[in-house]
Structure formats: C-alpha cells, structure tokens
Write a protein that binds this ligand. Structure first.
Ligand code: TXA
Ligand code: MG
Length: 366
C-alpha cells in the first residue's frame, strides 16, 4: 500500500488552480487526496467509485462497516447521491449549507455499499471551505471523505499532522495549515418526527434547534456511554485516542488543585484553558480562553497530538461546560480519555499503575 504523497502548500481560501486540477485528476482516476474542510482534514476519494473508496478503508485501517460521509458542492450534486428529499428538508438545508452539518438520506443507486457500510442510508454534507468546494466541483463527482487520521487516532485539524500520519498512504496532500473550526461536523438523522443528534459537532444543537425544531440529545451523543445498538456505526469504535494515557479531571476545581502540585511536573502534562494554565505549576498545553469555546474546539485535536510528543507519562485534561460547542468538546474529550479522577491522591495512585492497559475500562460515568 506504500504510496508517496505529493504535498502542496496553498491558501485554502484562494487555492492554486494548478494544484486543484492535479488533485481533481487523481480523484477522477480513483486515487486518494487529503484536503482541508472547515472542520478537520478529510481523506477523499470519488464517492461513485467503490474501488477508490475501498482504498480509503485500507489507508485508514478503518473497519468496513463504518460508513463514509459524502461531500457535495451543490444541491444538484446532492440529488445524484440521494434518493428523493422532502422539500421542507431542502429548505432547512439551505440555511445550514455550506457548513458543518451532516444529514442522513436514503441513498441513490450510484452510492455503493462500500460508502454506506451496507446501509441503505448515506450521510451527506456540503463543506464551507473554498478549497474543498472547488476540488469537488473540478472533480465533477461527490467526494467521500472520513476524517484524515488513522482509525482510532485523533482527527487532524492541522496539515502537519496529516503529512506525518498519511504521507506514505495517500496520493496527494493539501498542506494548508490549521482548519477554521477544528471539530467535525454535527450529524443528525432528520427522518423521524423529532430529529436525533447522532454526533455532537461544530454546529451547536442550540443553533440547529432554531432551524430543525426540537432535536433529541442522548447520553450517547454526549460521549457518556456507548450505544447499546450502534445507531451510527462510528459510535461503537474507540475514538480519538492519543498514544499517551489521557485522564479527565472531574471538575475545573480538581484540575486547578492538581495543577498546583509541582511534584508531578516531570510526569504529568496538563491540557486546559489559558486561564487555568496560567496558574499551573506543571507543564500545561493551553487550549485558549474558556470564554471562547471556538478557540478550545480548534486546538483540542492538536493538543492530544502535542501531548504525545511530551516526555510526560500521562495527560490530565480539564472539563468544559456542555453548552453550545462545549457539548462536542466534551464528547471528544470523553472519548479520547481512559478515565476520570477526582483528587490528587487518585492521580498519585494512577501514576503508580502506569502504563495502563489500552481501552476504556477505567472510564466511569460522572
Ligand atoms: O466534519 C466532518 O464530518 C469530517 C470532514 C472530513 O467532513 N468527516 C468526518 O468523517 O468526521 P468520519 O468518517 O470521521 O466520521 C463520520 C461519522 C462516523 O461516525 C460514521 O459512522 C457516521 O459518520 N456515518 C457516516 N455515514 C453514515 C451512515 N450512512 N449512517 C450512519 N452513520 C454514518
Ligand atoms: Mg473520524
């Protein structure tokens, strides 16, 4: 599977026409292209080619039943991908697209089982990114793209991590630096009477309720529990896990108390808001101000990868209120962590038990 990607630097708001044409040709001929969206980087292939989409699963080590999101650049293209859309849903979509919202539809005959994981439904979104939209347009086909990370690893919101992780697994990488939003799209199933949130994401539920009316939010979409029946296949897989143990502090107060314990400075790296990091006596990766959750969202995935590069044995992360973007932020934090601690002595005990076995066995509900 060894491939050596061509890596090109260009501005995601005004991309080079030459590079776009090269990448579009790769998509048309069945290859793999890593490109920025407004949320995270995507690993794309032609959604109309089952063979090309199979390569995505190989490159990511992704289980074959975990389906792909199809990205379109226009409503005309949406109609090639889906089988009949209610007029009132189109009306609502016009208010959120292009943007970080993914909706489930009945698929058209042009979308294969490879894309949908065998399901009759296809997830679609129109990304709000000039480069992504132009790439889809020039390719002339919708682009199926999961997040551009190896399966179970943190998603990628900065191209330098895409180059590290996928440089020898894909054909082409757009090196455009950080993405704008940093957390993936919100996924909703709008087919029932009350739309259901399948994954919290960059568009907050509060904002979506203004357009879609009531939306059902479950503990599964908060990342608190695993789904007993996987409503969306992604729910049953381990996610976002850094290679170093990450533990969630049960409250901001616990986090601040831990951050004063200088004796942990060689063992622990903290991940918290800039306000909390400022007071810390141990190394702290700042996620930005806690009053600006968009800052926190854009740095969360990179912070997991920065933690891996430190010499610390363990990371401790601060919780955020689950309002607005905080819902998606806490979902990603819970899924990436392997446990919760409540006080300094629990941290001391935990360090004694390192390295911890992989998996989420230590996680307990708040
Ligand atoms: O922001 C995003 O959504 C990014 C960018 C690249 O667009 N994409 C992304 O894709 O996060 P991925 O594959 O990492 O996550 C897609 C999620 C998975 O949990 C998958 O199970 C679910 O969407 N999904 C995709 N198609 C589905 C379908 N037909 N039915 C139910 N769930 C589906
Ligand atoms: Mg993903």
């Amino acid at each position: 599977m060894e491939r050596r990607a061509k890596i090109v630097k260009t501005d995601q708001n005004s991309p080079s026409a030459e590079y776009l044409e090269e990448a579009a040709e790769i998509i048309r001929s069945g290859g793999l292209v890593v490109f920025p969206t407004e949320t995270v980087y995507g690993l794309g292939a032609s959604a109309f080619s089952s063979e090309a989409c199979l390569k995505i699963f190989q490159a990511k080590n992704r289980p074959p039943d975990n389906p792909l999101i199809v990205h379109v650049s226009s409503f005309e293209m949406l109609f090639d991908v889906v089988d009949c859309v209610p007029a009132d849903l189109i009306q609502k979509l016009r208010q959120v697209w292009p943007g970080p919202v993914t909706i489930l539809f009945n698929r058209s005959s042009r979308i294969s089982d490879t894309v949908t994981g065998g399901s009759g439904r296809v997830a679609v979104r129109m990304p709000d990114n000039v480069l992504a939209l132009s790439l889809i347009d020039r390719s002339g086909v919708p682009i199926a793209a999961p997040s551009a990370n190896i399966s179970t690893r943190p998603s990628i919101s900065d191209s330098r991590y895409a180059i590290e992780e996928l440089g020898d697994r894909v054909d082409y990488i757009f090196d455009c630096g950080p993405t704008i939003l940093g957390i993936e799209s919100t996924i909703i199933d709008a087919s029932g009477d009350i739309p259901v949130l399948l994954r919290a994401g960059s568009k907050s539920v509060e904002e979506l309720r203004k357009i879609f009316g009531d939306i059902q939010v479950t503990d599964v979409s908060r990342g608190l529990v695993e789904s007993p029946v996987a409503i969306t296949p992604g729910m049953k897989y381990r996610h976002y896990a850094p290679k170093k143990t990450l533990i969630l502090a049960n409250s901001r107060e616990t986090f601040v108390a831990l951050s004063a314990e200088e004796r942990f400075k060689d063992t622990v790296t903290l991940i918290g808001s800039s306000e909390a990091c400022e007071m810390a006596k141990i190394p702290c990766i700042s996620l930005g101000s806690e009053d600006e959750l968009q800052e926190v969202a854009s740095s969360i995935f990179s912070s997991f990868r920065e933690l891996e590069k430190t010499g610390s044995r363990i990371g401790i992360i601060m919780p955020f209120p689950e309002k607005g973007l905080g819902l998606a932020i806490m979902n990603r934090i819970r899924k990436a962590s392997s446990g919760i601690i409540e006080n300094v002595s629990e941290l001391q005990n935990l360090i004694g038990q390192l390295p911890l076995p992989d998996g989420r066995g230590l996680f307990r509900e708040e």
